[in-house]
Design a protein around this ligand. Structure first.
Ligand code: SF4
Length: 433
């Protein structure tokens, strides 16, 4: 089969989305393409976001491929599956631009994983993949529709009936190869994600050393993908990194949910001419390993502290054994060898604003940045959502956005200043309004 793997041209007007708006490498499509090709299929990644493709140009490219299956994702790369735009407006617009072209329509992403029936209906596709998508796309390619009943981790339309089969898939990281990106893709990737120490020199890239996380913080939307902690084989990761370096990349961002201390990886990075950024929990790191992290080339740390009280962290199920002062001490220590260190805070009823200000000021005096606490969005697929409302149903995204808009009137400076409810952002599917 011939696959078109489409990353739409994302836009975020009216969205509560607070992630980075720059294009990033769609790692999930990179792996999917490699696995599809290894299984004898053809696959082309069409990254309309990175290439700024308007609807007409996207349609022309997909039409020229004469694809048997067109895949659309509901989040701008794996990096943002845990904080995707709640609305499906952009994937809907991409599918509308492709209307009338031959081929199956498939969707992957956090919405497909957490609310498969609603995503099937809103996007009007033939099937959605629940969970990590790279293996499942190969299984869909290998079977005619009449045998889709054999495939776990999909929801699909059999006649008029939506069938949900199995639970979300977790990919076997040992099967995922070193990713290769063509020269044009790398050359246009000027963005250095979450880098603030220096102006970007040369292209950047995103990679992953691991997937998933052993914790279950209440606000973290990973119940249905990238959940269990798994590492990539080190030789495969280094092969990928060396390929990127040979293409001129001098900065990579590890998209790992939680970049855990890994001495062999860090020692392998020390002599490679590449800087990198990570997101992590500083309570997992000793001073010695933080020093090695800096020597290895880390220039950006984003560390989830969330609340400045033990009680607040406990309410968020952080399972953090350190005191707030110890967390601050480690962040300040990290700053000695890593040029940019950030502590993330979210609004907590246990945190006195004056104490938050004092914590932020102490860090600031040592060059560590801590954001003003931001409101928590109860993502469908997070424990917070499930504790409030039970398992996500077909109205889950609408419910979360309505709750958020109702509860908060000040938003992060990363967000649109006037976020709108989902009904105002999405295209109503046939038969709905
Ligand atoms: S440690 Fe980070 S990745 Fe892990 S559950 Fe908590 S917020 Fe999510």
């Amino acid at each position: 089969m011939r696959f078109a793997l489409v990353n739409p041209a994302w836009s975020f007007e009216g969205s509560i989305y607070f992630g980075c708006r720059e294009p990033h490498l769609p790692l999930e499509y990179g792996y999917a393409r490699a696995l599809l090709e290894a299984a004898g299929h053809e696959a082309t990644v069409i990254d309309a976001q990175a290439r700024g493709l308007a609807d007409g140009a996207l349609r022309d490219e997909v039409a020229a491929l004469r694809a048997d299956a067109i895949v659309v994702t509901t989040a701008p790369s794996y990096l943002f599956w845990r904080c995707a735009p709640p609305e499906l407006r952009v994937p809907q617009q991409a599918l509308r631009a492709l209307h009338g072209l031959p081929g199956l329509r498939l969707a992957v992403g956090p919405h497909a994983s957490t609310t498969p029936r609603a995503t099937l209906r809103k996007l009007g596709v033939d099937a959605v993949v629940m969970g990590e998508c790279e293996d499942v796309l190969v299984e869909l390619a290998d079977r005619p529709r009449s045998r889709w009943g054999e495939i776990d981790s999909i929801a699909w339309l059999e006649g008029d009936e939506a069938r949900v089969q199995g639970g979300p898939r977790a990919s076997d990281m040992g099967r995922l190869p070193a990713l290769r990106w063509d020269e044009a893709t790398v050359a246009r990737h000027a963005h250095h994600h979450h880098r603030f120490d220096a102006a970007p020199i040369g292209p950047g890239a995103e990679v992953e050393a691991s997937r998933g996380c052993p914790y279950h913080c209440t606000f973290c939307a990973k119940d249905n993908f990238r959940e269990g902690y798994r590492k990539r084989p080190l030789d495969v990761l280094l092969d990928e990194l060396d390929g990127l370096v040979a293409q001129g990349v001098r900065y990579v961002y590890f998209i790992d949910e939680i970049f855990l201390p890994d001495r062999p990886l860090l020692e392998a990075l020390v002599d490679r001419p590449v800087s990198f950024g990570v997101q992590m929990r500083v309570d997992n790191w000793s001073r010695e390993m933080l020093d090695l992290l800096g020597r290895a080339g880390c220039v950006s740390i984003e560390a989830g502290v969330e609340s400045i009280t033990r009680e607040g962290r406990s309410l968020l199920a952080k399972r953090c054994k350190l005191s707030t002062e110890q967390l601050g001490d480690l962040l300040i220590h990290a700053k000695q060898s890593v040029p940019f260190v950030q502590a993330n805070l979210i609004q907590s009823p246990t945190d006195d604003p004056a104490d938050v200000a004092a914590f932020r000021e102490r860090l600031r005096q040592h060059g560590v940045w801590a954001n003003e606490p931001v409101p928590m969005f109860p993502y469908p697929g997070s424990p917070e959502y499930t504790m409030r409302w039970g398992a996500p149903d077909d109205q889950a995204w609408e419910r979360s956005v309505a709750h958020y808009l109702d509860r908060f009137d000040r938003f992060s400076d990363l967000q649109d200043s006037r976020p709108l409810p989902l009904s105002a952002l999405e295209i109503a599917p046939p038969g709905h309004g």
